[in-house]
Design a protein around this ligand. Structure first.
Ligand SMILES: Nc1ncnc2c1ncn2[C@@H]1O[C@H](COP(=O)(O)OP(=O)(O)OP(=O)(O)O)[C@@H](O)[C@H]1O
Ligand SMILES: [Mg+2]
Length: 386
């Protein structure tokens, strides 16, 4: 008894001898096969094959006009090996030579005439089972291939989107840095035009007033007021420079750092050694980020480190510049340094990351502290290595 898929298998029986065709047809029908197509004229085989291909072909080799070899050749031409139906050759010639020739021509198996019924049924059943498995496999492969293609497309899309997002993020980061610098420039200009001018004007009026004072006590008091005012003016000017060091845009990073070093040393230290070794000026964005990181690192040294020396180094490193600020002060516990309300370390890290680089801190209580940052000259393209 056959299950559905075998019973419905389409079987071609091709033999120019009608008696042979009848025997095979009856045998297979008895076994339960229902879709049998018989031919005694070999000319009719291929047109029918092209209409609806069979699942197996029982094929006589020796026929007039179109022999079995020719039919096998045309089948191979029409159908690729993955889905080609198996051919069982029916032959009266049981010699080894005849078998080899049939195998070379594309046959999968033989039955010799006169037919042994059991042998025919077994061979048909085996080859059909194998053919159906091959078809399943082929289907399966096609599904897999299309899934792989689909996943590849999806991955490519994700990668494209990721690249796009990353480009947007880089762009945003650059605009953020520029906007921050713009804002600082604006505030510096406002300080210059407003409070600085007011304090200067106030100083001149006080000077005029001072000339009119005769009482020595009042004159001394006036001098004190004027000295306080001069301090306030110096403070405002320092604020302006720190907000927007003109040197940075005009003379470059090293010059701006030297100016900062001089100002620090002139206002209470510590002593700063600046070792700068850059082949060329970094782009403006990178300069601003490096300067702001150095500025905050040095402010920290001054506020917290009680250091006697601080060394600032600036050097090319790959496609970017590396800055380090190392002090010999009291150091600190990194784990406890990120308290709320203290923004310096977090801001340095954030600036560097936004610019596509990195910033690291090393310190231990009693062993000084080092801030190291690397900023790329051009923002990295996502997907590129490094
Ligand atoms: N060079 C240093 N030497 C010793 N301690 C430091 C040094 N740099 C930072 N610290 C410690 O790390 C803490 C965090 O530094 P951070 O710059 O984040 O904040 P802050 O300087 O206290 O405040 P802010 O920078 O927000 O004005 C500091 O309060 C200080 O205790
Ligand atoms: Mg700080």
């Amino acid at each position: 008894m056959h299950d559905g898929v075998f019973a419905e298998a389409r079987i071609f029986i091709v033999d120019d001898e009608p008696a042979n065709v009848r025997i095979l047809e009856r045998l297979l029908k008895q076994e339960g096969y229902t879709d049998l197509v018989t031919f005694t004229d070999p000319h009719e085989v291929m047109p029918r094959y092209e209409e609806t291909p069979p699942d197996i072909v029982l094929l006589d080799l020796l026929m007039p006009h179109v022999d079995g070899f020719e039919i096998m050749r045309r089948i191979a031409e029409h159908t690729g090996p993955a889905t080609r139906p198996p051919v069982i050759v029916l032959t009266a010639d049981a010699t080894r030579q005849a078998r080899e020739r049939a195998l070379a021509g594309g046959a999968m198996d033989f039955v010799t005439k006169p037919f042994d019924h059991l042998e025919v049924l077994l061979r048909v059943r085996n080859l059909l089972a194998r053919h159906f498995l091959e078809l399943d496999l082929w289907d399966h492969n096609r599904v897999l291939e299309s899934r792989v293609a689909e996943r590849t497309r999806e991955l490519q899309d994700s990668l494209d989107r990721l690249r796009e997002t990353s480009r947007e993020r880089q762009d945003l980061a650059r605009r953020l840095v520029t906007a921050q610098e713009e804002e600082r420039r604006r505030i510096a200009a406002d300080v210059h035009d407003g409070p600085v001018q007011a304090v200067v004007a106030l100083g001149m009026r006080l000077e005029l007033l001072a000339r009119r004072l005769a009482d020595p006590g009042e004159r001394t008091e006036m001098e004190r007021i004027r000295a306080t005012l001069a301090d306030a003016l110096t403070g405002l000017r320092t604020l302006m420079v720190e907000l927007r060091p003109l040197t940075l845009g005009r003379d470059g990073l090293e010059a701006a750092l030297r100016e900062h070093q001089t100002r620090m040393e002139a206002t209470g230290g510590p002593v700063v050694s600046l070792i700068a070794d850059l082949r060329s000026e970094p782009p403006a964005d990178a300069q601003a980020v490096l300067f702001r990181i150095a500025q905050e690192a040095l402010a920290n040294v001054r506020k917290h480190a009680a250091a006697s020396r601080v060394t600032v180094t600036l050097a090319d490193d790959g496609e970017g510049a590396r800055l380090s600020v190392r002090d010999d002060g009291r150091g600190f516990d990194l784990a406890r340094a990120t308290e709320p309300g203290h923004l310096g370390l977090a801001t340095m890290h954030e600036r560097a990351t936004l610019a596509g680089g990195w910033c690291r801190f090393e310190s231990e209580p009693g062993a000084g502290a080092t801030v190291t940052a690397w900023i790329p000259f051009a923002p990295a393209e996502p997907g590129s290595s490094g």
